[in-house]
Design a protein around this ligand. Sequence first.
Ligand code: NAD
Ligand code: UDP
Length: 338
Amino acid sequence: MKNILVTGGLGFIGSETVVCLIEEGYTPIIIDNLYNSKKAVLPRIKEITGVLPKFYENDVTDEDALRKIFKENKIDGVIHFAGYKAVGESVQKPLEYYSNNLISTLKLVKVMKEFGVKNLIFSSSATVYGLPKRVPVTEEDELNEATNPYGETKFMIERILGDISKADPSFNVALLRYFNPIGGHPSGLLGEDPNGIPNNLLPYISQVAIGKLDHLNIFGDDYDTPDGTGVRDYIHVVDLASGHVATLKKLETNPGLVIYNLGTGKGTSVLEMVKAYEKANNVKIPYEIKPRRAGDIAANYANVDKAKRELGWVAKYDIVQACLDAYNFQKKNPDGIK
Ligand code: NAD
Ligand code: UDP
């Protein structure tokens, strides 16, 4: 495999993966409609890698635009990052979430089939485990009901792609269940750049660190966890990116449908993360304890044995490195990527 179509390739995880693909000798081709990213990411990718990837400013739900891309490039595999991802917003705008996330995937697979492209990596999420019965979760654990439309789209797309692969075993699909991606490129050129007030923990902490936000609100300190705050598996985005390259290599063996957790295997509480960030960057993160956030669970972290065994992949960076890189990105881009 050489030419990899990357949908959503200018976003947080997509751009980092594009860098990793170039460094590993692949040729990424990006399609992104700039819904949640900036065109300025493209020259930054060039600054890091020396390569300006081919970019199509199109919507993945646009079948004709997809056909044009597949006609103009001999695509060997696809990594499908494009989608809407804000949990809270998905409760307010379910129609938009179901439409964008489902239709983009259906059109993409349709056009892949038309062009005989048989390798697909899909960005799934730990959210498909819902409220897990035990942690760490393995890929074989049961999937539980999602608490929001965003999670439902991931669950539904996993099902759809599973059925497609079952009907045509020569169609290789990897469902990658990401845990909590954080950090950014060590250069400070790429990172998480949310619109408005961040929903996720790390970008929120980073904005407190540079004084853009006054304090962090910690959502609940009465969970059944060692210090009462929520526990998650935070994975450095550069590790997540390399997990995609390892998965492409796996798809070359024609495995049919494969599913992997991409995490570190370690749980970190909100308070531990605040302390790690303060120590790594020598900053103060004031916080207030607030009531639990609706839909949150106490703890979720990954069993990562399967990815290690079958992909030869493990996360290399710890949360300290991720805190350094997140702060570096925030300092260099106080108002986001311009
Ligand atoms: P992101 O919003 O930064 O990137 C998604 C990109 O897709 C954006 O650049 C956006 O402009 C583009 N896009 C959205 N809809 C599109 C469409 N119809 N056509 C073309 N482009 C479109 O998000 P991210 O954090 O990089 O996440 C990438 C994927 O990983 C998403 O599918 C997300 O659901 C999944 N995921 C993310 C996390 C996380 O915490 N960041 C966790 C688990 C799974
Ligand atoms: N969290 C918090 N304050 C915030 C954002 C998040 O206390 O401003 C907590 C949240 O309750 C959860 C953890 O941080 O325990 C990770 O939340 P995030 O939204 O980043 O990821 P997810 O909930 O999707 O795993």
